[in-house]
Write a protein that binds this ligand. Structure first.
Ligand code: FAD
Length: 399
């Protein structure tokens, strides 16, 4: 029987594969386990999500973060005040994978093409080709880093940590900037934590943020309003609805859906980061960045100030913590014919019930599913909703 191919071995790929296996569906799972967390986030990072919102959903009990802590003999991470080091989360993902997805193949899928007779042809970078009856794309953040054009002009050879400009996804070891002047562009958790970690490593850091009052931090758990319902992201009716009821999200108008994905759970530093940031990192709030150049290898940003003037900000390096943008055109492993058949909305696949795309047998989960199922899909806790539903749909349609 032809297997189902799961492309991706981050939280979403591993969780989906575990659910498919539990339904007796043969799967082949591809990817570098937890690589986004290991190589594309800064060493020493702490997770913004709380322990209860950081479980990889499994079909059977005993595979939560707290179960891993018990198995590894480390103190249990359970309350909203317990903060998860990224290294612990990576080890949890590896433990989950060894227990529930032991057959993981650490190779890349280089192409996926639809077969006229049904199913898909896949090619791997090992040279092997095979046919799958269905494909689940769980490639997460890979290849989707967004560098705004006004910053790209200072990096004609592309962003890199050794050049004038990099994207935050290229930064793992921030100690390389000790003694240097660094600009971090952005106001989200990634920007603020990268800035704090670089300052702690000995860099002189300035965060450049568009708008006013955008650099802000969330309330600690003990100051959250008690009368609002609890959700993995804090107490608020909107967060509660988006976390527990993503099902109707795809029926909202496209404009509303894209807006909510961008704005809900948007730029806000974690409560525990405030003390490590304030007084240690300089903040420049600007109306907008109008351009960037690099002479002698050092980047300079030209910004329009809120007073309407123009200013130039120089540094030894600029890190663009400017996020990710889902675009199926950037998923170069999807064959041309397949891509042209995919219905998309602003580059993101339009998904129906059970996370299936407009091409029967082709599923998307994690970040690429956010414009259909809401902002919860950008976070690990989204596996709880997504994985069982995707597996049920796939099992009914192709099991
Ligand atoms: C700085 C930062 C901090 C974050 N902190 C949190 C947090 O605290 N809590 C939270 O819930 N979320 C957080 N997130 C979001 C988090 O990254 C995502 O929720 C999660 O990683 C998505 O998991 P995923 O499985 O979809 O993709 P990823 O973890 O990105 O995994 C992608 C997988 O796809 C594989 N892959 C890609 N292309 C191919 C191919 N062609 N062939 C084979 N395999 C391929 C890769 O090898 C990898 O295994 C953070 C994100 C960033 C950037």
């Amino acid at each position: 029987m032809q297997p189902v191919a799961v492309i991706g071995a981050g939280p979403f790929g591993l969780s989906t594969a575990a659910h498919l296996r539990a339904r007796g569906i043969p799967v082949r799972v591809f990817g570098d386990p937890m690589v986004s967390w290991r190589d594309h986030m800064p060493a020493g990072m702490l997770l913004k999500s709380t322990p209860v919102a950081s479980n990889l959903d499994a079909p059977q009990p005993g595979h939560n973060l707290v179960d891993y802590c018990d198995a590894a003999g480390i103190p249990r991470l359970v309350t909203d005040e317990d903060i998860i080091p990224v290294e612990t989360f990576i080890a949890y993902g590896e433990w989950f994978r060894h227990k529930l997805v032991p057959e993981l193949e650490q190779v890349r899928v280089v192409s996926v093409d639809r077969r006229d007779s049904g199913g898909f042809d896949l090619k791997l970078d090992s040279g092997e080709s095979f046919t799958a009856r269905a494909v689940v794309v769980a490639t997460g953040l890979s290849g989707l880093a967004q560098l705004p054009p006004e910053l790209a002009t200072a990096a004609p050879d592309g962003p890199t940590p050794m050049g004038p400009v990099s994207h935050s996804s290229q930064q793992h070891d921030l100690t390389r900037y000790a003694g240097k002047e660094l600009i971090v562009v952005g106001a989200g958790q990634s920007a603020l934590e990268t800035a704090a970690l670089a300052a702690e490593a000995g860099a002189r850091v300035r965060v450049v943020s568009r708008g006013r009052g955008r650099v802000a931090f969330g309330a600690p758990p003990w100051k959250q309003p008690r009368l609002r319902p609890e959700s993995p992201f804090g107490r608020a009716w909107s967060l509660w609805a988006l976390s527990y009821y993503p099902q109707p999200y795809r029926y909202l108008p496209a404009q509303t859906r894209h807006y909510l994905v961008r704005r809900v759970l948007g730029p806000l530093g974690a409560w525990w980061l405030r003390d490590r940031f304030e007084g240690k990192v300089q903040v420049s709030e600007v109306d907008r960045i109008t351009g960037a150049d690099a002479t002698d290898g050092s980047p300079t940003l030209t910004v329009r100030t809120h007073a309407g003037g123009s200013e130039r900000l120089t540094a030894d390096h600029v890190i663009a913590a400017t996020g990710y943008r889902v675009d199926t055109a950037a998923m170069d492993f999807l064959g041309n014919e397949l891509r042209t058949r995919l219905s998309v909305s602003r580059g993101a696949p339009k998904l129906g019930a059970g996370y299936v795309s407009s091409v029967p047998g082709l599923y998307f989960t994690g970040l690429p599913a956010a414009s259909s199922y809401g902002p919860v899909m950008r976070f690990v806790c989204g596996t709880e909703f997504a994985s069982p539903r995707l597996a049920n749909h796939l099992s009914a349609a192709h099991g």
